[in-house]
Design a protein around this ligand. Structure first.
Ligand code: SF4
Ligand code: MG
Length: 317
């Protein structure tokens, strides 16, 4: 609820501190048990920072994170320990997120050892997890570089599952992989979700991958959610001009449809979160902007059927 993350601004050459950067500027959403929420937006929109605050890899500046009725946003790392096992993360680059000097057995066991498991039990569990993610348990004593990118990401997934979490935040989990491997890893994640009843927050800039895996989707721009709702509504009939523009850039499989459709090209780059525009943060790039957009910040409200919400003074539908 109302998650905010502010980073200190860069110092100028004269040593004066720059304006603080609001990387995440008041984000609220819920994720149900066993559900997948897609979190999409261009790089720098605050989606990774949001995901990291939820698993408490970084501390929120303000706002709350409630897991299963317990407020965990303000807990110290020691207080967090009993909850930690329920919340895990999968990272974008499997190689840089796996310690190259540790065996796979050690990497996958780590979260269990932290939770107090004995070494023999942790190793046994690591072997089971290898099998669960489609790797060969006998390869436990190998090192990350001995695996392909797709296999390495399976190891990252196995590690995230070691403590039997209920929520996994996956930050661009397939973006670093070859396209031919992406589908396999996505299939694996979907199968694991069915088998283990996991909830995912699936962060990605690739809208087609998110469309495939998520139930609901939240679109972020400049640290805020601009549209959130059921994926069929958001993808089929976007209410926010930014969502519309993002979707218009996704290639359609049917060439005739591809030629016929309207492409919305956004002007300029996303503004800097150190100096966000007044009113609606999207107004300098929005084809529908009017005077009120420059002065009044639109809040998320119901826009269209099915409870989907958009933060826009003039939503579609
Ligand atoms: Fe565009 Fe105005 Fe809606 Fe912002 S509030 S997205 S500027 S129409
Ligand atoms: Mg990111």
């Amino acid at each position: 609820r109302d998650l905010v993350k502010t980073f200190p601004g860069r110092r100028s050459r004269t040593g004066r501190p720059g304006a603080p950067i609001r990387a995440v500027d008041g984000v609220s959403f819920d994720v149900g048990a066993g559900e997948t929420l897609g979190l999409v937006g261009e790089s720098g929109c605050g989606k990774s920072t949001t995901g990291r605050m939820i698993v408490r890899l970084i501390d929120p500046t303000s706002g709350s994170v409630t897991f299963d009725g317990t407020e965990i946003g303000g807990l110290t790392q020691a207080q967090l320990r009993p909850h930690r096992r329920h919340l895990q993360m999968v990272f974008q680059d499997p190689y840089s997120s796996l310690n190259p000097r540790q065996t796979v057995a050690r990497i996958i066991s780590e979260p269990l050892l932290v939770q107090g498991s004995g070494a023999a039990d942790a190793r046994k569990r690591a072997a089971e997890l290898m099998e669960l993610v489609g790797l060969i348990p006998e390869h436990l004593d190998r090192y990350p570089h001995e695996f392909s990118g797709g296999q390495a990401q399976r190891i990252g997934i196995a590690r995230s599952l070691a403590t039997s979490p209920r929520l996994v935040v996956a930050d661009e989990p397939v973006s670093a992989l070859d396209v031919s491997i992406q589908a396999q890893v996505v299939n694996l994640m979907e199968r694991l979700q069915d088998e283990l009843g996991l909830a995912y927050i699936f962060i990605a800039h690739d809208l087609s991958v998110v469309k495939r895996v998520c139930d609901r989707v939240a679109v972020m721009y400049l640290g805020r959610i601009v549209e959130i709702g059921d994926k069929h509504q958001v993808y089929g009939n976007p209410a926010h001009p930014y969502t519309k523009a993002l979707l218009s850039a996704v290639p359609l499989p049917d060439p005739a449809a591809e030629r016929a459709r309207e492409r919305i090209v956004l002007l300029g780059d996303p503004p800097s979160p150190a100096d966000p525009p007044s009113g609606c943060g999207f107004h300098p790039r929005c084809p529908k902007a009017r005077e009120i957009c420059r002065t009044e910040r639109p809040l998320l409200r119901i826009a269209g059927p099915g409870g989907r919400e958009a933060a826009c003074h003039f939503p579609e539908n």
